[in-house]
Design a binder for this molecule. Structure first.
Ligand code: PMV
Length: 329
């Protein structure tokens, strides 16, 4: 039996624009998904998931590729979750040169599902590492990131960048532009506060919406480029340790994401609550439509303000996690 964990992330800058070749800077946070894998004697796959915002569920399905999981919770999120876990197992089998091996898989996660915190990437990264080790193969973090990207790409119908999967596998703050992925060293302390509205955004739909807007309106194409400019300025501010400037740039980034139509009333309400509480900056994180915002605040004020903001279901501080994928057992 093997257990691996991998962190979720917030986007400091650049979501959506990264899909069109602009850079993005996601940062791993100390909230993890843990995946435990045990090889079975048959070719069945049995998955138990807990704490994934949803109530726990158990799914068993057979080895034939055309068999559908018998899911007792009729939600697309569960189907997506199964796709990620199945994809992770396929990648591990491929890395080990094996076929038709069954597994018992248990997923435990502190990361709200589908809320812009990279829960699916964390599950896939941890799942690949745990399943590969169960098959006797140790993979480098970069290789796991690449294989996890292929899973996300498939499950999300090609609407995925490498940002989430690379960040979760490597940990820390990273820079992703197309296929060029690297870690950013020596980042200043980033006092993240996360606000969560309890909702989920449909990443595929939101990405498709931005693509359509960009094809229809010149302003939207310009906005995507402007987000790229903000990311480049953000990298300079990160390098100089200028956290105040990083906060200002996050505010600009949120305004541009709103212009692209991916914010939501609840996200705007949390962003404004953070700003009025004197946060250094605040923005939605991830695909938007609902889910989480991330603010920077060294004081307790934003955390407190978010707790009293209608529509904010949960607010928490999040440390940057410099560890990526981790072997737990
Ligand atoms: O909502 P998340 O955490 O899946 O992030 C999506 C980020 C996008 O830039 C909108 C898409 C992507 O794959 O980069």
């Amino acid at each position: 039996m093997t257990t691996s964990s991998a962190p979720g992330k917030v986007y400091l800058f650049g979501e959506h624009a990264v899909v069109y070749g602009e850079p993005a800077v996601p940062c791993a946070i100390a909230r993890r998904a843990r995946v435990t894998v045990e090889r079975r004697d048959d070719d069945q796959r049995r998955v138990q998931a807990r704490d994934l915002t949803l109530d726990g569920f158990t799914v068993t399905w057979g080895g034939e590729s055309d068999s559908r999981p018998d899911v007792d919770v009729p939600t697309p999120l569960v189907e997506a979750a199964m796709g990620y876990i199945d994809g992770a197992i396929e990648q591990a089998l491929d890395a080990a040169g094996e076929v038709g091996v069954g597994f018992d898989v248990t997923v435990e996660s502190d990361i709200p599902l589908g809320a812009g915190l990279g829960s699916s990437a964390a599950v896939v990264v941890a799942g690949i590492d745990a399943a590969a080790r169960e098959l006797g193969v140790g993979l480098e973090a970069e290789t796991i990131a690449d294989r996890a990207y292929r899973v996300e790409y498939d499950v999300q119908d090609g609407q995925a960048s490498r940002a989430d999967t690379f960040c979760s596998a490597m940990g820390g703050a990273v820079r992703v532009q197309g296929d060029d992925c690297r870690r950013i060293d020596d980042v200043p302390t980033l006092p993240f506060v996360v606000g969560y509205d309890g909702n989920t955004g449909d990443t595929g739909k939101l990405v498709a919406g931005v693509r359509k807007l960009k094809q229809t309106y010149g302003f939207a194409a310009d906005t995507v480029e402007s987000i790229g400019d903000i990311v480049r300025s953000g990298e300079i501010a990160l390098n100089e340790g200028d956290v105040e400037e990083i906060g200002r740039l996050m505010n600009f980034n949120h305004g541009l994401l709103s212009a692209l139509g991916v914010s939501a009333r609840s996200l705007d309400a949390m962003v404004w609550a953070a700003r009025e509480a004197n946060a250094l900056g605040a923005k939605l994180t991830g695909s938007g439509g609902g889910g989480c915002i991330v603010a920077l605040d060294r004081t307790e004020q934003t955390h407190t303000a978010l707790e009293y903001t209608p529509g904010c279901e949960n607010a928490f501080r999040a440390e940057l996690d410099t560890d990526g994928v981790r072997r737990e057992r």
